[in-house]
Design a protein around this ligand. Structure first.
Ligand code: HEM
Length: 442
């Protein structure tokens, strides 16, 4: 039991605490040109970042998280021996991992929005508030603080939001499934999944392999920290709608096809619990909408196709190579850009999509594994060929199987609906670590 007593007062609240709904969020990236100024920024941020132990934010109704990239730690003057102790994927950065992640062609780093993926990105600040007005007021106060800090420059900002119905740009309710984590007191969304070891998400604690995963050194820097993955994902909403229209014979059949691709109806209701029709009340009921497994009554995927987005991203108890519990993630998706008006099937050229954040202690076996093997590998799920039909790195020739009696349906020529606009790997230090960074003397 001792191993699951988490030092919640040293862990950034953004790591563990679920976000409110609805909310407005912003991501601001900083470049550190002078390490002294960077350290001063760490000091100032350490006083506004709340811990997972305290439900009240020092910044009032705005919640702030701060992450550093590998280049950011370097810019702060973190000693080489310490830099070397971070995970190899983090040291390389997301752009260098592009091939492995399926970021090719339009999604390739050479086409990313500047400065994403460049060595200029040092600090990622995330602020969330109940609405855009309150967020802007907090950002105005913050701007006054960082503008007077010569040697630190804000180089990019992305505003995002979560709507009251929590729907993302393709029209599906998001933010439903999340793991229970031992020692946090935050309940998981699936009563059939026993809580995961805290070391899967926070460094310094035993994980599901009964190991104490290696933590960045010195211990004061690594302990109670987590890795975080930021990705800006553009969604081709018109193309998604057209694909449904062209491959279904009626509006009802379009909805069923969309649900088969996602594994949930747009309301959030899972096919596993209501395979034949949508059930909006179930979709909105957080006590029931994630209470299911796959293997026992749907091994073949007649209800939830094995290749659908949610079944690939979390196969639960279904038979897949590997142990599902070591590939789980804390996931926070926030939409950006305006919605494409209902019924529009032509692209309006407007940028819209998801700012994704994944939090975990293992970049390699969590985000990178899920992205490369479960999302983009066509052989992983026996019987279900193709890549993820919603978010996979399709090349226009992909297929998606929908098991059905007497014969399965095979969708052909899946276009790419999601394009990577950029991203980075970050380290979310604990609060003591933030102060340690502020006090570096090198
Ligand atoms: C723009 C791209 C994406 C869209 C529109 C999208 C949308 C969704 C939606 C609507 C859900 C169901 C709601 C829920 O369970 O919370 C979901 C679940 C999930 N997605 Fe995605 N997603 C995208 C990309 C990704 C990526 C890149 C990953 C990871 C590499 C990912 C991992 C997951 C996971 C782990 C779940 C929960 C599955 C479960 O526990 O049942 N998604 N996504």
């Amino acid at each position: 039991m001792a191993s699951t007593i988490l030092e919640l007062d040293d862990i950034q609240s953004g790591v563990l605490r679920p976000r409110p709904t609805p909310y407005a969020a912003t991501y601001v990236l900083f470049r550190i040109d002078e390490r002294k100024a960077g350290r001063e920024l760490m000091l100032r941020l350490s006083s506004v970042v709340s811990s997972a132990a305290h439900p009240v934010s020092p910044a009032g109704d705005t919640w702030v998280s701060v992450a550093l990239t590998f280049q950011g730690l370097k810019a702060l003057g973190v000693p080489q021996a310490s830099l070397d102790s971070f995970s190899p994927q983090f040291q390389q950065g997301m752009a260098a991992r592009a091939k492995f992640l399926g970021d090719r062609g339009e999604s390739g780093p050479e086409n990313w929005e500047k400065p994403l993926g460049s060595p200029e990105v040092h600090v990622v600040l995330t602020a969330i508030a109940p609405d855009a007005e309150r967020l802007e007021a907090a950002m105005e106060r913050a701007r006054k603080t960082y503008r007077e800090l010569r040697g630190v420059t804000a180089i990019w900002r992305q505003d995002c939001h979560v709507r009251p119905d929590e729907k993302e740009a393709f029209g599906f309710r998001d933010g439903i499934g999340h793991p229970a984590i031992e020692g946090t007191g935050v309940p998981g969304s699936n009563p059939n999944e026993s809580p995961l070891k805290a070391g899967e998400f926070v460094l310094g604690y035993p994980d599901e392999m009964a190991d104490m995963p290696p933590i960045p050194q010195p211990e004061i820097l690594g302990r109670n920290g987590s890795y975080v993955v930021f990705r800006k994902l553009h969604q081709r909403v018109a193309a998604f709608r057209r694909y449904l229209r062209e491959n279904a014979s009626s509006p009802e059949a379009e909805e069923l096809l969309a649900a088969k691709m996602m594994g949930r109806w747009r309301s959030g209701a899972p096919l596993a619990l209501c395979p034949l029709h949508d059930d909006p009340a179930l979709g909105a009921d957080s006590g029931r909408n994630n209470a299911f497994l796959f293997k026992q009554d749907d091994a073949v995927g007649y209800k939830t196709p094995c290749g659908s987005h949610i079944r690939r991203m979390n196969p639960r108890d279904a038979d897949v190579a590997g142990v599902v519990r070591i590939h789980r993630m804390i996931r926070r998706g926030t939409s950006y850009g305006p919605s494409l008006p209902q019924g529009v099937l032509e692209d309006d050229g407007v940028e819209r999509g998801l700012m994704f954040a994944f939090v975990g202690a293992h970049l390699g076996r969590q985000f990178e594994f899920v992205q490369s093997e479960w999302m983009n590998d066509s052989t992983f799920f026996a019987g279900a060929s193709g890549k993820d039909p919603v978010a996979g790195a399709q090349e226009g020739t992909g297929v998606f199987d929908i098991p059905k009696r007497p014969l399965r349906t095979r969708l052909q020529n899946l276009p790419q609906f999601v394009v990577t606009r950029g991203g980075e790997y970050g380290f979310l230090p604990g609060l003591r670590a933030l102060r340690w960074l502020a006090e570096l003397k090198t």
